[in-house]
Design a protein around this ligand. Structure first.
Ligand code: ADE
Ligand code: ZN
Length: 341
């Protein structure tokens, strides 16, 4: 590995646009919270939990991820979860985050929406104030839950409308096509939410097309399977639709066999607006900088490539134009100053 690449990535200003807060629950915090709340976990200790993180596909991961959420009960729990992530983000030189949370994962267990969002927002606001890490919060609907449940979630969210920037769609993808949620996304759009959706992670390219045409999303989460459809790639390039790609997630969930097979560079070379993200870093072996580094090493990315990815992370964000341009200029200046080998 080129010496200094790790330092270059560390110093690169960047945004994270695809991050599930529930997926940042490290086993240590999981056990602390479970003990605090008298919740039983299906592992004897932290090592046993980590040892179970061997996934064969998205569903095998989701089963474990949802069961671990049982540890999250109080507002303080959601604060601690979010605070741990944003302090790590600040230390990794992340300037802006657009994290997801899954309200139904908590309301289905009897934890009120207001408890979860209050803890999350308090931590995000504290981090903005203390570290200058700005944020836009996105709430995701679980696509393997009913439309009624999503509708109820959207209604509840209305109380917090000014605090939630966007809505997304996540959980088990195959057999739950975007079109099932057309009416909910229509309603969310009318209420002024920004729209995103997971598509083309395990699901086919047609799910990406439907997310754009039927749901009207502005960004595709994952989207790596677009490469199977050249006409779709052409459209995504033409319309500058960003993809929030999650390399280590794709390796751990066996979307690709190994890092060297990851299509990130092919997506970039096709002219797509691509961003690198960590998805569920507590489960997939690395936070954002580790995702950049894994791709730099496996795909021989240059400093110019890494700078482009960081610039596009701000370009694809929901930041207002002035802060967006200021951060892009910061990345450009950093890239020029540290061009190196
Ligand atoms: N929820 C958390 N991580 C996810 C992923 N990678 N895909 C779909 N839903 C998720
Ligand atoms: Zn995701």
């Amino acid at each position: 590995m080129e010496s200094g690449l790790r330092d270059f990535i560390q110093g690169l200003p960047k945004a994270e646009l695809h991050l599930h807060l529930e997926g940042t629950l490290e086993p240590e915090l999981m056990f602390t919270l479970a003990e605090r709340n008298g919740v039983h976990l299906p592992y004897s200790d932290v090592e046993a939990a980590r040892a179970a993180y061997d996934f064969k596909d998205l569903q095998s991961f989701l089963d474990l991820y949802y069961s671990a959420c049982a540890a999250l009960v109080t507002e303080q729990d959601f604060y601690d979860l979010t605070w741990d992530y944003v302090t790590k983000a600040a230390m990794a030189n992340i300037k802006h985050v657009e994290p997801f949370f899954d309200p139904q994962t908590h309301t289905n267990r009897g934890i009120p929406f207001g408890i979860a969002i209050a803890g999350i927002l308090r931590a995000l606001e504290d981090a903005d104030e203390m570290f200058g890490v700005s944020f836009r919060l996105i709430m995701c609907f679980l696509r393997d839950e009913s439309l009624d449940s999503a509708r109820h979630t959207l209604q509840t969210a209305h109380l917090y409308r000014s605090k939630i920037a966007g809505v997304g769609l996540d959980s088990a993808e195959v057999d739950f096509p975007p079109a099932l949620f057309e009416s909910i996304f229509q309603e969310a759009k009318e209420q002024g939410y920004r729209l995103v959706a997971h598509a083309g992670e395990e699901g086919p390219p047609s799910y990406i097309e439907d997310a754009l045409d039927v749901l009207g999303v502005e960004r595709i989460d994952h989207g790596v399977r677009c490469l199977e459809d050249p006409a779709l790639v052409e459209r995504l390039v033409r319309d500058r639709v960003p993809l929030t790609v999650c390399p280590l997630s794709n390796v751990r969930l066996r979307v690709v066999d190994k890092a060297q097979d990851h299509p990130l560079k092919r997506l970039m070379d096709a002219g797509l607006v691509v961003t690198v993200n960590s998805d569920d870093p507590a489960y997939f072996g690395g936070y954002l900088n580790e995702n950049y580094l894994a791709m730099a090493e496996a795909l021989d990315l240059t400093r110019e490539d890494l700078t482009k990815l960081a610039k596009d992370s701000f370009a694809a964000s929901f930041l207002p134009e002035d802060r967006k341009q200021a951060l892009i200029a910061e990345v450009e200046a950093y890239g020029m100053k540290n061009a190196g080998s």
